[in-house]
Each structure stands twice: as structure tokens, then as C-alpha cells.
Write a protein that binds this ligand. Structure first.
Ligand code: PLP
Length: 394
């Protein structure tokens, strides 16, 4: 029998990033890694800020660094307190340690939140394109992901959102700065979304929650602010991590934060903490919790990625590609010059360039370039991007 039929189906659906990964390995073996331009993974290539290494060493030498045992499932109280204190002014609300649950990355946080919120058949709305794992996370907990259309700028279409809400809707996932588009949602939009959800929750006599997945919050360009939806909507929960802004993706450390004024907060927090345990995470890694407590306010310099964005955007514009200029994260999501994005991705592969088709994010006709790579890889890719573009139009 082997793997479950459902998993085999999921493997098919999730295969784009995996396929690109395998294709990268194959191309590197044939042509050498210095010739392949791999833009397929959102794995930051830059080193964590120097202070991260210093604090790792300091912590390893300290007495608390040697405490590796189990702990309360929500995480170490002093770590949660440090985070609550730091993020309160960021979101304009007063968190306490109680509102924070330490998790295994943002992915862990999303799973814990959805397990705590969803009953079988509940619907989870998400503006498309979206981080493809959301569909699997919703399914993990009996939910059904319902993508909703966005405008040409990849902003949620408010009429479509309102129409998509049904008596089964339980969650709206927002992801800003966004993977794969780099779009950032402004304050007015967040207010409008909140008004729609408040009204529909009242009409349906059933709360709809916003889950704000924001691991890219600190990677925003041109000095723009990333507004918080917590200002407008108390049924909000944040999922985030240190994977992207401290380049600690492999260390699996993040947290969730529940709006301090959430209704029925105690039972929700109880459900979240239990979910953390019974999903098998038990608690987030102890050493990493202590590390991030010492690093509140430290983040990779967004200029590192802004420079990469500027290089890429200038060259891609010059060639003729159409796209919105990313305001944050480290992704560019251009329109495919031929209608079939998968076909164009294959044309780029012929130029030894690896990207992910928009179909893999619920948005055919586009492709994603993850520009969290060396500057040298970006500049080396221009020739190939140009050749593929010209070939597509010929
Ligand atoms: N959410 C989004 C939008 C992401 O892009 C990612 C990773 O790429 C995650 C969540 C998962 O992050 P983590 O590695 O912290 O679990």
C-alpha cells in the first residue's frame, strides 16, 4: 500500500518547488553550480547579523544556556515577556506574556492556530496568489482553503472577499509583506477588510478570525511602514518567525500573538497551547527561545534585499517584463510573457534559470523569482532572462 492516497495527491500538488529543487540539483551536476541561477527557494542566503553569533556564544557559555529540559508548552515566560514588551508598540496594543505562544517557526504557528480554530469543514479564505502550504495546513486541521481573487496589484478584492464569506467561514489569512508578490497592505485596506469581517461575523452570528502571517514584517523597502491589522480588528492572531529577518529558518523558532482584547481569550489560549503540545511540537526549541529573547529589535538590514530588488527590477523592466515593484519580502512575481507559465518556466530552465510557476501559488500566468541570493547570481541571470523573453515573443 505505501503512503496514503491523500498524501500521494498532495505530493503531486506540492511538487513545483520540489521539482525545481530537483531540477536545480540535476542542472548543477551537469553544468556546475557557478552556471545555474537558482531563484526557486525563499531561503535567505545572507548571514544573520553579527550580534546573533555573539549572543549564541554568550548564551552557550551562560548557565541558562545549559537548560535544555521541557518547559511550559507556551514557552519560557521570560522570553514571552520580552517579546510582548517589544511588539506592543509595533502593533499599537498592549500585549502581556500570556498573549504569546512560542512556536516552531511561522509554519508551526499557523498549524497551531488553525488546529485551535477550525472545526471540520470550516473554510479558510486567502487572497490569491498565496503561500502554497496554506492549503495543506488548513487540510491538516479539517479546514478547506478558499482562494479569493485580488486586483491587478495583488491586493484583496473587497467585493470578492465579501461574497466569499459563507456560514462556514472561520478564518481569513493575510500575508503582508506577501509571498510571492512582495505586496504590502496599507492601513486603509486593512480597515476596510476589518469592517467587512466585523459586519459579516455579526450577520452570521459567528466569529471570523484574521490570521496575519507576517514573517517578512521587518523586510520592507523604501522606508515604508507595514501597518498592523490589530489596530482595527480584535479577532486577530499573528503568526511569525525569525526565519527570514534573522536568517534562522533552519532553527525553527517563531511565535504567535493573540490580540490582547480577543473575546473568549482564555479558552482560545488554552486551545493554542494544547495544540502546540499535541501536534508534537511540545514546545519551541529552548536554546533558540533564549537566543531570540536577547535579540528583540534586531533584524537583517532591509537594504541588503532592497539593493537586490533594485538590481533585478531595473534589468527586468529594461528587458520588458511586467510586474509590480515589491514593497517588501524578497520575491518578484512577473507576468509570464506566454500564457502558460509552466511552459515559460521551462524556457528559463533552458537558460539555466530556476524559478517557480505562478500555478504553484494559485495564480497561473505568472512566475516567482526569490531574490534572496548572491548579487552575482542576480547579475549573471540577466542574459538568460532576456534570451527567454525574446524567445517567448518570437
Ligand atoms: N509563511 C510564509 C508566507 C512563508 O513564505 C514562509 C516560508 O517561506 C512561512 C510562512 C514559513 O516560515 P517558517 O520557516 O518560519 O516556518
Amino acid at each position: 500500500m505505501g503512503a496514503a492516497a491523500k498524501m500521494l495527491k498532495f505530493m503531486e500538488q506540492s511538487s513545483w518547488i520540489r521539482k525545481m529543487f530537483e531540477e536545480g540539483a540535476r542542472l548543477r551536476a551537469i553544468y556546475g553550480s557557478d552556471r545555474v541561477c537558482d531563484f526557486s527557494l525563499g531561503n535567505p542566503n545572507v548571514y544573520p547579523p553579527e550580534v546573533v553569533h555573539q549572543e549564541l556564544v554568550n548564551l552557550a557559555k551562560s548557565s541558562t544556556g545549559a537548560s535544555h529540559g521541557y518547559m511550559p508548552n507556551a514557552g519560557l515566560p521570560e522570553v514571552r515577556e520580552a517579546i510582548a514588551e517589544y511588539i506592543s508598540p509595533v502593533h499599537g496594543v498592549s500585549f502581556t506574556a500570556e498573549d504569546i505562544v512560542m512556536t516552531c517557526g511561522a509554519a508551526g504557528a499557523m498549524n497551531v492556530i488553525l488546529k485551535a480554530l477550525l472545526d471540520p469543514g470550516d473554510e479558510v479564505l486567502v487572497p490569491a496568489p498565496y503561500f502554497v502550504e496554506y492549503g495543506f495546513y488548513a487540510d491538516n486541521h479539517g479546514g478547506i482553503l478558499k482562494p479569493i481573487p485580488t486586483t491587478d496589484d495583488f491586493l484583496p478584492d473587497l467585493d470578492a472577499l465579501e461574497n466569499a464569506i459563507s456560514p462556514k467561514t472561520k478564518v481569513l489569512i493575510l500575508n503582508s509583506p506577501n509571498n510571492p508578490t512582495g505586496q504590502v497592505y496599507g492601513e486603509a485596506l486593512l480597515r476596510d477588510i476589518s469592517e467587512i469581517l466585523s459586519k459579516r461575523s455579526t450577520d452570521l452570528n459567528r466569529p471570523i478570525y484574521i490570521v496575519s502571517d507576517e514573517p517578512y514584517r521587518n523586510i520592507a523597502f523604501d522606508g515604508i511602514e507595514v501597518p498592523s491589522v490589530l489596530k482595527f480588528y480584535s479577532r486577530s492572531i499573528i503568526a511569525t518567525s525569525y526565519s527570514k529577518d534573522l536568517c534562522l529558518a533552519g532553527e525553527r523558532i517563531g511565535y504567535l500573538a493573540v490580540h490582547p482584547e480577543m473575546e473568549k481569550k482564555d479558552s482560545l489560549l488554552g486551545a493554542l497551547v494544547l495544540a502546540n503540545r499535541i501536534l508534537g511540537f511540545v514546545n519551541a526549541p529552548a536554546f533558540m527561545q533564549r537566543l531570540v529573547a536577547r535579540l528583540q529589535g534586531i533584524t537583517v538590514d532591509p537594504m541588503t534585499y532592497q539593493k537586490k530588488r533594485d538590481m533585478l527590477v531595473a534589468a527586468m523592466k529594461e528587458i520588458g517584463y511586467e510586474f509590480i515593484v515589491p514593497k517588501g519580502a524578497f520575491y518578484l512575481f512577473p507576468k509570464s510573457p506566454v500564457p502558460d507559465d509552466v511552459e515559460f518556466v521551462r524556457m528559463l530552465q533552458e537558460e539555466l534559470i530556476l524559478v517557480v510557476p505562478g500555478s504553484g501559488f494559485g495564480k497561473p500566468g505568472y512566475f516567482r523569482i526569490a531574490f534572496c541570493v548572491d548579487d552575482e547570481v542576480i547579475s549573471r541571470s540577466f542574459n538568460g532572462f532576456e534570451k527567454a523573453y525574446k524567445k517567448a515573443l518570437s
